[in-house]
Design a protein around this ligand. Sequence first.
Ligand code: ADP
Length: 326
Amino acid sequence: MQDVSKIAVLTSGGDSPGMNAAIRAVVRTALYHKLEVFGVYRGYQGMVEDDIMAMDSKSVANIIQRGGTILKTARSKDFLTPEGRKKAYENLKKRGINGLVVIGGDGSFRGARTFSAEFDIPCVGLPGTIDKDIGGTDLTIGFDTAVNTAVDAIDKIRDTMDAHDRVFVVEVMGRDAGYIALYSGIATGAENILIPETKTDMASVVNMLTEKEKRKKLVNLIVVAEGDDFGGGNYVGDYLKKHLPNADVRVCILGHIQRGGSPSCMDRLIASRMGYHAVECLLEKKYNVMVGVVNNRMHYTPLEEAVKAKQKLNSDWLKITRILAS
Ligand code: ADP
């Protein structure tokens, strides 16, 4: 395979705060190494539809602090087909693009892995997802911001639940991974945290709340991940209303506010480091890997493994939650 001389960068799948900082780092590092660099709009769909623009240093000015992604993101049905991927390849090839940086989640990495296996375009993936549901990295771009947004919102909910002696069920994002629930729940002193990684036993949640009711502890917070096996915040709320007739149970679904907003310092930092190293990987022929950070050092996982690996949840943390909230 020839040396990488022209690269493209795209953001794909769910957006996450810090993607702009990663784009900026990729573009500026590429320009530093005298590579030509292109931005692909709307993820793989823009690659299929030839929505590709040359980028310069100025095109990424003043974006490090902005949420969302200036390249926009999308889910692409066309890219799931061999014909769609061939079109995408031809659009890169006609510009001489011979390296691709994909910022996205595990679905986007699956796409990158398939694409690089079919065509002579090496790919490097950067984990951009608020859910922290990818193995091979301690951190994903956007998680820190999302979890801090959740903490800020739950703190506000706590003020009103305390004023009214209420039980509040707060649903946070996380379809397959409970990290946002776990981190934000511990940080806001939740009485219980319900996540997809562990079996939810609602009878024991009711017992715990009944026991607290007896002790006149009426203010109780339950943080639920949207992908919890019991069905999420509304199901948990309905169950508690039915089984705790004396309690004033309310439900709040935090929803998409967790995706937006200015990225935290931590997210800007890891996005900058990962973006820089993505280009270094392409130059050093470290192809088809995901760039991660493990124990504060750069860590490279083959895309093949990154799409399968999940982070191992520390179950100690749930025990800590129960003890601290007693
Ligand atoms: P995320 O990257 O946030 O997990 P998705 O799962 O929606 O988001 O994946 C983003 C895009 O990646 C999909 O819309 C699709 O175009 C592409 N993709 C996902 N899986 C594959 C695959 N097996 N082959 C080709 N493309 C894929």
